[in-house]
Design a protein around this ligand. Structure first.
Ligand code: MLT
Length: 324
């Protein structure tokens, strides 16, 4: 009981708990688990946010990567963590999609977490190795279709955003291509730049800079409109696959049982961080956008997550992509 009170009082800045207890918690960092490899889009977003939330709460935030199995390993770790306000998960659309990809998940994405808030939306783009023999998205599609047996696409494990995007694309063009799973798109991008993979659908956060530097080719963005930061990059929709869209939404969660006042305080810090010009600017540079602070609330995220599970499960089942 004293421990629970101490946790609550640290987070709420109560004055009636002894100094020793307050000191114990104030010196303990908040761990933000990223369920994908270091250096990739989720990791970058987590580090930018952790910095912003750390400023907002005057508290140390530490980012830790626990990658593998499309983000489900790190997610399961947070679900099993102590619900004391010192464990957070930064996860994206795959928190919803993995329900379809993994029928025997070790956690329930809704019941085993306390939603803290939506964070950002991150667009994707189709990219290929720099010597890929196609000069635009139409040629890219034609070449993939004509050479399926020779192609390998890279992705961040079954159920990841890059997996989902490539599978929906291959379903749309009626092609089957073998895929190479990685623990995140950072290592996959390295192999694409090295010419060991043919293509990927990855977040612009990861691929815009190497594309600008000529290390890979970028063909089209998965957004409804062209990106402000890459206006010369066409959309998939305008390039022959009308209606093809995929935006990766990110959110933050705590383990089930984290006290509501603690969640409210963390959510408040998240909302503050999302209004920090430095945070907004660093995400905007790569095409990502922070959500409006009123969307970074627990109840908004809960409703969004449920609606995304309802949306993705039938799409994934219809595309028949569960076993690919
Ligand atoms: C990552 O950070 O590596 C990506 O978010 C993985 C993905 O494609 O889902």
């Amino acid at each position: 009981m004293h421990r629970i009170l101490s946790v609550l009082c640290f987070w709420l800045a109560c004055t009636f708990v002894g100094d020793a207890a307050a000191q114990e918690f104030s010196s303990k960092p908040v761990m933000v688990t990223v369920p994908f490899a270091a250096g990739g889009p989720a990791d970058v977003i987590a580090r930018i946010l952790a910095h912003g939330m750390s400023k907002a709460l005057d508290q140390q935030f530490v980012v830790e990567n626990t990658s593998g199995a499309g983000g489900t390993i790190g997610t399961a770790k947070v679900a099993a963590s102590l619900p004391d306000g010192h464990s957070l998960l930064l996860m994206h659309v795959s928190h919803a999609a993995n329900v379809a990809f993994y029928p025997h998940l070790r956690y329930d994405p809704v019941k085993d977490f306390e939603p803290t808030g939506l964070v950002a939306e991150s667009p994707m783009a189709f990219v290929a190795r720099k010597d890929f023999p196609a000069n635009n998205f139409k040629e890219f599609v034609a070449y993939v279709k004509a050479n399926t047996e020779k192609m390998t696409h890279g992705f961040a494990g079954v159920g990841s955003a890059s997996h989902l995007c490539s599978l929906l694309f291959l379903h749309a063009i009626d092609a089957t291509v073998s895929g190479a799973p990685y623990k995140g798109t950072a290592p996959a991008l390295n192999d694409l730049m090295g010419g060991h993979l043919d293509f990927m659908c990855d977040q612009t956060l990861n691929v815009l800079q190497p594309a600008k530097a000529g290390l890979i080719k970028a063909y089209a963005a998965t957004t409804p409109q062209r990106l402000k930061v890459a206006a010369d990059l066409p959309t998939v929709s305008e390039s022959g696959l009308p209606g093809f869209q995929m935006v990766v939404w990110y959110a933050m969660y705590a383990p089930k049982g984290t006290p509501k006042p603690v969640i409210d305080r963390l959510s408040g810090a998240l909302q503050k961080a999302l209004q920090d010009p430095e945070v907004k600017e660093r995400l905007a540079q790569s095409g990502a956008e922070t959500v409006a602070p009123e969307r970074a609330r627990p109840e908004v995220l809960r409703a969004h997550l449920i609606s995304e599970i309802d949306k993705w499960v039938p799409i994934i089942k219809k595309a028949g992509v569960l076993s690919q």
